[in-house]
Every structure is written in C-alpha cells, then in structure tokens.
Design a binder for this molecule. Structure first.
Ligand SMILES: [Zn+2]
Ligand SMILES: [Zn+2]
Ligand SMILES: [Zn+2]
Length: 322
C-alpha cells in the first residue's frame, strides 16, 4: 500500500472538515446507541427494565455480572423480571430534612447551611427544630444542572453538593460532556472523551460512516478495547501513524482483535478519503486507484497502473479504463 505523508496543512483541512461532516449525534464525545439501530444496535438484554444490548448469554455485561454475583439463579427469566436497571445511582440524592429546603443532605440529615445554623443555635432538639422549619428560609438558588436532579445548585459548577462531589471524584472533566455521559449511563454508548483531538473526530466520523454504509455492524463493546488503547499511543490523529504501525502498537492481527483491526483500517481509509478527496478528479491522476472512491462497492479494492512502464502508455490505459 502506498504510504502517504500528510502535510500539516492536510491535517488541518481534515480536522475542520471532519467537524463539519459530523451530524449532531456523532459530534458529541459520548455517542449514544439506539438499540433499534440496524448498525449499532442489536438484541437487548433479557432484563425487561434494561436498555442495553446483549453481550453474553442474553445479558448485558452489567446484568451478567449481577447474575453471577447472585449465585447464577437457574430460572433466568424469573430472575430477570425482578432485576433492577443499571441506573440506580442516577436516583434522586437525599435532600435536607427541612421541608422547604432543596439543598443536598450533608450532616444530621441537614444541608450544610442548616446544619451550620443548628450548631450555631446551640444544637436544640433536632426533631423539634426540623418540625418548626429550622428558622427563616434560606435564599433559593438555581436548580442543579444534573439531569432530573431536584436539588439546588451550590457553588460555581451549578451542581448540588452530591453531584458536585461525583464530578470532583471523576477528576472534573468538562461539565457538558460529563453531564451527557451521566444522562446516558446504563445505555450503550461509544465513550470518546479520553481521545485527543482530532483523533476523536476521526473515530466519530468512522462510526458515522459505518452507520451510513449499513454494511458492517459496529457495537460499543466490540471496539471498547481499541478505544481504551488509543489515547496511550502518543498520537493526536489516526493519520499520524501508518496502518502497520497502529497494528503493531495495538498487537492486532488477523486473528487477534479482528473486529477492532477492521474498524481501525476502515477509519484510516475514511480519513484518507477526506484528506485526498474522492471522485474522478482526485483519483484519476494517481497511479493506483481506490475503487471505492470511484463509486464501486468494496473496501480496499484497487486498480494499479504502476506496472505499466512507459508513461504515455500508462496515461492512455488509464483514460481507456476510465
Ligand atoms: Zn442489562
Ligand atoms: Zn437545608
Ligand atoms: Zn444534583
């Protein structure tokens, strides 16, 4: 295969071009999978309340774990009927015991401000103090930005204390993408947040191309390992390395990591198509034509004219072939 050296200019074009090519659903760092999608979706987990795809023996990975943890109940369907969804931690966090207060519960069943006030008043009988309303109401603030959270935001992040703590524990990622990730927790999704730019755009574009082509299935768990390995490669773009370099870095071969390997090769192909252009104008001058760029089906099928020595003859045969 011909090795291409890309100029910085090309890469710039590819980066901006890619962002413009991505539809909103694929432009997010978390690409959510609709289980009914013919390319990304598939059979669902047998737990009725679960929205995830089957990974092994009819269950999603989380419910498979839970089933094993609960001693592998023999009547799988009876077990599934009562199994909870994977979204439990998204439940409403507890609020302050004072009826009118919408802040996060911290100590003694109270929010930080009410606990502070109660301490300050010499810790009177707590139950009675709560029943009497804990003094004049605190000034009301905006709501927490976390999806469906009913609590009040405290602090600059716009989150309640409970969700702010979660965000801090996650190492304070960009808030919008973190919120999106939380809102889609328990659904199948491609998590691209850890990828550098423009690599993330390249992977997202490849997923979008796969979906549009409707030829090869692409499910999150089948490229999970690849997505985890890519950030450690020290490259910002898939085009920074040749296909061969990627394969040896990732340890993929035609047997090991077959699905991921095919996806990565396709992704590089899609990116090269963007950078080099498709159609006769772009492809004709080359001495090796990638047939997919000329509208023929197939991934890597190519027509090579390099074996034809005299240039005038090569040109003539190319024109004839066109
Ligand atoms: Zn499940
Ligand atoms: Zn309170
Ligand atoms: Zn909240």
């Amino acid at each position: 295969m011909r090795q291409l050296r890309l100029l910085p200019h090309d890469e710039h074009v590819a980066g901006t071009d890619l962002a413009a090519r991505l539809r909103p659903r694929f432009a997010q760092p978390v690409i959510v999978v609709d289980p009914d999608d013919p390319v990304m979706g598939g059979p669902r987990c047998l737990v009725p309340v679960c929205e995830r795809l089957t990974v092994i023996f009819g269950k999603c990975s989380a419910h498979r774990q839970r089933w094993i943890h609960e001693g592998r109940p023999e009547d799988v369907h009876a077990w599934a009927a009562t199994a909870p969804a994977n979204r439990r931690w998204l439940q409403q966090p507890p609020k302050c015991a004072i009826g009118s207060c919408r802040r996060s519960r911290r100590e003694h069943g109270l929010c930080h401000s009410h606990a502070h006030r109660w301490h300050h008043q010499g810790r009177p009988d707590l139950t009675g103090w709560i029943t009497r309303g804990g003094g004049p109401p605190l000034p009301a603030g905006p709501g927490c930005r976390f999806p469906e959270c009913q609590l009040e935001a405290e602090g600059e992040a716009g989150l309640c204390v409970h969700h702010r703590n979660r965000w801090v524990r996650a190492d304070r990622p960009p808030l919008t993408s973190w919120l999106l990730g939380c809102a889609t927790f328990g659904q199948d999704r491609f998590g691209l947040r850890a990828l550098p730019e423009p690599m993330r755009l390249g992977i997202a574009y490849a997923i979008q191309c796969r979906v549009d082509e409707r030829r090869t299935i692409i499910r999150p768990y089948s490229i999970h390992r690849l997505l985890r390995a890519l950030p450690g490669a020290g490259a910002d773009s898939l085009l920074d390395r040749s296909s061969e370099q990627w394969m040896s870095y990732l340890g993929f071969s035609s047997e090991r990591g077959r699905i991921e390997r095919r996806f990565l090769l396709d992704a590089i192909g899609y990116l090269r198509d963007v950078v080099e252009g498709v159609g006769w104008d772009a492809e004709f001058p080359r001495d090796v034509w990638l047939l997919r760029r000329l509208g023929f089906p197939g991934r890597d099928a190519r027509l090579s004219f390099t074996g034809i020595g005299p240039l005038w003859l090569r040109e003539l045969i190319k024109r004839w072939a066109r």
